[in-house]
Write a protein that binds this ligand. Structure first.
Ligand code: F6P
Length: 544
């Protein structure tokens, strides 16, 4: 059943009509006819500068997209989220990752309770722990200083911590070594502990539910590894395991003292949790002050999203442009291209944030949508990607909007490196937008047969996000920018970005198949013929 409300709405219909007039416009024309475009189509907020001029939009397009945002109730939905209303309707939960970075004096009510004091209580407890661990006051079971910290978690309980650790490594305590185990594949755990001394190793078991199969399997393996290495004394667990979870009962059942548990709440979605206690490894790595600076950065972007007029509002603009390409140009992906090596895990982090959030095909009311929703996000840092997949963006058949992210200053000034890096970033967005015509190619003396191969059509859209330097606050601002862009998209599409029912079926089926793999004598299988044959082959291969 289709949902008529979005595609039948006046603003949508106006956009569809308008698309017919502007889809063939080239950026060459748009820039030639307006010399101020590159300065005009920009916005600045919370320390980030956004140039969105290299998009296939006119002033009318922007007005129509902004009208769509108003018509879809973005303003009231945003306010409802910040107020703590239960906008995650399929799970009957508030959505309050913004409370995780609210200042101590703020008041945000959920079910009649101000949640902000609880947030700061946990942050203070994390800070005390981080200080003790970093200073050596928290020693291992044998009295040795902890030198290795291993976060065990998956999805939002891994991607945020690992991304933030990599992004902020420059600010980290280099006497501590960090590893992140997520995959149930034993290779992951085996490599993470390879050569480590259990007496110097601390595990942070991070799981909102404390039931996730991968995390629990790894946590039990870690427990066995630790006990084996420390002579089997169960008392060692208290010094080598801490937990981050919403589920105190399960944490206690695992054998971790809940005094060493850092809590959070059901109104924090897994993929929105890197600034909750799930960020414990981040805080240990960079220290409480830097962690608080990161939270302040998140909060600045929250305020910008709440207060800036939509036409100057970075997440709103980014979200609306994403809708424009996904639904009118039929773009199926967005490339995120940070020109900052420390952000190498940022695209992977954004994949969960964007795709687990907006990978939905029914509306809040349960009707099948008749328009495209969340695109595939992907990317790699520049300049590496230039020597890999950029070819397809420049000359392939897909229209792939790109987000370039760059910084005025490098954290590691070395000769000309940074200018070379940034020259490449600016050059790529220029080449994508304006390309190179056949005439230009011919003028270079290119043989006629090669001309079509060397033409760049251009007209490939991109945003450029510029910030001063990658520091903790800037990372917070960047993550919040994308969180609120995802929210903006979700409101337009009338979907729920805060549930993730789509990950359930595979989990259930895996639990059904597991005993079929382990009980090698059992022969009767009741799957489809492909799954049956694969399981049978796997069993035979086990026996050979
Ligand atoms: O992939 C599904 C999911 O529920 C994610 O949303 C979540 O981030 C991840 O699993 C891990 O869940 P948990 O923190 O409960 O172990």
């Amino acid at each position: 059943m289709s949902n008529p409300s979005l595609t039948q709405s006046p603003a949508w219909k106006a956009l569809a009509k308008h698309f017919g007039n502007v889809s063939a416009l080239s950026m060459r024309e748009l820039f030639t006819s307006d010399s101020s475009r590159g300065k005009r189509l920009t916005a600045e907020g919370a320390g980030l500068f956004l140039d969105y001029s290299k998009n296939r939009v006119t002033d009318d397009t922007l007005q129509l997209l902004l009208a769509l945002a108003e018509e879809r109730g973005l303003r009231s939905r945003r306010d409802a989220m910040f107020r703590g209303e239960k906008i995650n309707s399929t799970e009957n939960r508030a959505v309050l990752h913004t409370a995780l970075r609210a200042p101590r004096e703020a008041e945000i009510m959920v079910d009649g309770e101000n949640v902000v004091p609880n947030v700061h209580e946990v942050l203070d407890k994390m800070a005390t722990f981080a200080h003790r661990l970093r200073s050596g006051m928290w020693a291992g079971h044998t009295g040795k200083k902890i030198r290795h910290v291993i976060n065990i978690g998956i999805g939002g309980s891994d991607l945020g911590p690992v991304m933030a650790y990599e992004a902020l490594k420059f600010y980290s305590d280099r006497s501590l070594h960090f590893a992140f185990v997520s995959n149930v594949d034993s290779d992951d755990f085996a490599e993470a502990v390879h050569g480590l001394n259990p007496a110097e190793t601390l595990f942070i078991v991070s799981s909102k539910t404390f039931t996730t199969l991968e995390t629990m399997t790894n946590a039990h393996t870690a427990r066995a590894w630790l006990l084996k290495g420390l002579g089997g004394d169960e008392a060692a667990i208290a010094k080598h395991f801490v937990a981050v979870s919403t589920n105190a009962e399960k944490v206690a059942a695992f054998g971790i003292d809940t005094a060493n548990m850092f809590g959070f709440w059901d109104w924090v979605g897994g993929r929105y949790s890197m600034d909750s206690a799930i960020g414990l490894s981040t805080m240990v790595a960079i220290g409480p002050d830097n962690f608080r600076a990161m939270l302040a950065g998140f909060h600045q972007m929250d305020e910008h999203f709440q207060t800036a007029p939509f036409e100057k509002n970075l997440p709103v603009l980014l979200g609306l442009l994403t809708v424009w390409y996904a639904d009118f140009f039929g773009s199926q992906t967005v490339a995120v291209l940070p020109y900052e090596q420390y952000l190498k895990r940022f695209p992977a982090y954004l994949q969960q944030l964007t795709m687990e959030s907006n990978g939905k095909s029914v509306t809040l009311g349960g009707q099948r949508v008749n328009y495209a929703t969340g695109p595939v996000y992907w990317g790699e840092p520049g300049t590496n990607g230039q020597h890999s997949f950029y070819q397809l963006i420049h000359q392939g058949t897909h229209l792939i909007p790109c987000d370039f992210i760059g910084f005025a200053q490098t954290l590691n000034p070395l000769g000309r490196h940074h200018d070379i890096l940034m020259a490449n970033m600016f050059a790529q967005s220029e080449a994508l937008a304006f390309g190179k015509t056949a005439e230009q190619v011919r003028t270079e003396g290119t043989a006629e047969a090669l001309v079509p191969h060397r033409v760049f059509e251009g007209n490939h859209p991109s945003n450029t996000i510029l910030a001063q330097v990658l520091d903790p606050a800037t990372l917070g601002r960047l993550v919040a920018l994308y969180e609120h862009s995802v929210f903006t998209q979700g409101v337009i599409w009338d979907i729920n970005p805060f549930d993730q029912w789509g990950v359930e079926l595979g989990k259930v089926l895996a639990l059904k198949i597991l005993p079929e793999l382990e009980n090698l004598g059992e022969t009767t299988l009741h799957h489809d013929s492909s799954t049956n044959a694969l399981i049978e082959r796997y069993r035979r291969m086990q026996l050979s």
